[in-house]
Design a protein around this ligand. Sequence first.
Ligand code: PRT
Ligand code: ZN
Length: 304
Amino acid sequence: MSMSNDQSKRRLRIAMQKSGRLTDETERLFKSCGIKINENRDHLLAHAENMPIDILRVRDDDIPGLVMDHVVDWGIVGQNVLEETQMQRALDGQPTGFNEVCKLNFGDCRLAIAIPQEQEWHSLKDLEGKKIATTYPHLLRRALTAAGVSYKSVLLTGSVEVAPRAELADAICDLVCTGATLQANGLKEVETIYESQAVIIARDQELFPEKKALADKILTRLRGVMTAKESKYIMMNAPRAKLQEITALLPGAEAPTIMQLEGEPERVALHVVSREKLFWETMESLKELGATSILVVPIEKMLD
Ligand code: PRT
Ligand code: ZN
């Protein structure tokens, strides 16, 4: 994948997971930022059709290294893989520098300790002298060292959840999302040691001016998409007399638009952008204050 010097100065190279849990959301993100890429996932390198951006599709485990070795400008990866790889690279004497660009609010999971369902649990101290199977030896060591527990690490790159049943280990330390996998394997989650989501990271080097301008533009769009995801456009009809109480209930809502309702002098239409999630409880309280026709509409993009 050699590239002329001139091209690498201008084209923003982004590494993403080729096929896995982060792939769909990453592609959706590119799309919502207006980056059009070739749908064919079999190509290692894809060029955006409408911007000087190259997308490199690789295994998620390779992404932190590609950024830290300055092979790509940006990478999209789970924080779990990022931190684990960083600790491994530090041991191996490889570069570990990067800048976090933006958290992405997807790929959420936690690294947790799980033990056989029938066993008692008090604290991490219960793991003293025990064998723990994991794919994340460094994150595990960091947590257990902090808790003053000594244990034996059993490194497995897959099927960690079967280790206790196979008598390879007493406990496991693995990623959990819903917990269904643990349950299906007769395990119970007893302690979270790390929480993760997907992030964009950048190489720890100033980009060439042209590329920097492009990166900043994408970043502004990204932030717009991220805020929009959380934000809602809320509309309702409400008694004029309760306006203050009603706006106080709406989280992160600045300056609502109030419109007169034809033929109803005591009631108004209220439109507002709320920057936080609106819960059912809040909607019910709004209704109790006399609001009617409450509509909550998703926002696709937002630019302040
Ligand atoms: O091939 P490649 O190396 O690229 O992919 P991979 O198999 O290593 O990774 P992949 O696609 O499984 O996960 C990529 C990233 O998604 C992880 O590094 C996490 O940051 C994030 N993520 C989010 C998860 C999960 N949720 C998750 N549930 N990664 C793994 N899991 C596993 C979990 O360990 C369990 O075995 O999925 C299974 C189902 O989980 P439950 O709890 O919902 O049953
Ligand atoms: Zn992987």
